[in-house]
Design a binder for this molecule. Structure first.
Ligand code: PEP
Ligand code: MN
Length: 278
């Protein structure tokens, strides 16, 4: 048998569909759906986030993203608003009726975030943080598990296995590019991994074309490739003024760019026979 069990198609042949209970209506990720998660890299201020959240809802996004705790390479870079930003995420959730996803970096923040957010994101740098994965196995909320910077597909699926074997069956896998020898792009997007993981596992797979490329001009073409390859959705970074963004501006779409992405993805989703929820 394969090293991963509960995650594997041998264990469950049918695709998992995850129901995310939003404040108003549920959002689905998995078989038959094309689900869009959008928002800035980080929550930067109340005005910034609430305005953007409204624009994204009107543009057809299903779920909001926004980092509170940012894992930055340099300790001198903006580290996120932390718990102070949580009130802003909560307000955006109420105002737009959209579920929210945010990254969890520290086990100690789980309780504080638990009732206010809908999906916990485990970032690339923490994909092999086994105590965090075990904690994600004990909760009863969906987890968005990003592929590690240099993780093989098997390591990634085994990380998901930690969560499932802990009792939480709701894991969304997110391909966000891997580190290779290529410096023109921030990471190298592994579209083949989407196809392979869908063959090996019943879990939904989405692609983050923002971190995968690091360049906003590449985001929509790579998003289209992801959907064509069978991804169940996308997670995209958007900012009103990317040049002024406190993190990841270079890979952020403007709201107008995001609307253009939606048009392209809507026609592809239709070709693939997938529903974009209203
Ligand atoms: C993010 O989504 O903001 C993020 C930090 O992503 P990753 O963990 O993929 O680098
Ligand atoms: Mn980012």
């Amino acid at each position: 048998m394969r090293p991963f069990k509960l995650v594997s198609r041998d264990y469950q042949a049918d695709n998992t569909i995850i129901k995310i209970e939003g404040p108003v209506q549920p959002v689905f990720i998995g078989q038959g759906y094309c689900t869009l998660i959008a928002g800035p890299c980080a929550v930067e201020s109340r005005d910034q986030y609430l305005e953007l959240a409204g624009l994204l809802r009107d543009s057809g996004a299903h779920m909001l993203r926004g980092g509170l705790f940012k894992p930055r390479t340099s300790p001198y870079s903006f580290q996120g608003m932390g718990r102070e930003g949580l009130e802003i995420l909560k307000e955006a959730r109420q105002l737009t009726g959209m579920p929210v996803v945010t990254e969890i970096m520290d086990l100690h923040d789980i309780d504080d975030l638990y009732d206010s957010i809908d999906v916990f994101q485990v970032g690339s740098r923490n994909m092999q943080n086994y105590s965090l994965l075990e904690a994600m196995g004990r909760i009863r909320k969906p987890v968005l598990l990003k592929r590690g910077l240099s993780a093989t597909i098997e390591e990634w699926l085994l990380a998901a296995e930690y969560i499932l074997s802990g009792g939480n069956r709701e894991v969304i896998l997110c391909e966000r590019g891997i580190r290779t020898f290529e410096p023109y792009t921030r990471n190298t997007v592994d579209i083949g991994a989407v196809v392979m993981v869908k063959e090996l596992s019943h879990l939904p797979v989405i692609v983050d074309p923002s971190h995968a490329t690091g360049k906003w001009r590449m985001v929509t073409p790579v998003a289209a490739a992801a959907i064509a390859a069978g991804a169940d959705g996308l997670m995209v970074e958007v900012h009103q003024d990317p040049d002024q963004a406190l993190s990841d501006g270079k890979q952020s779409l403007t709201p107008v760019n995001y609307q253009q992405l939606m048009v392209r993805i809507a026609s592809l989703a239709q070709l693939e026979g997938k529903i974009i929820q209203k």
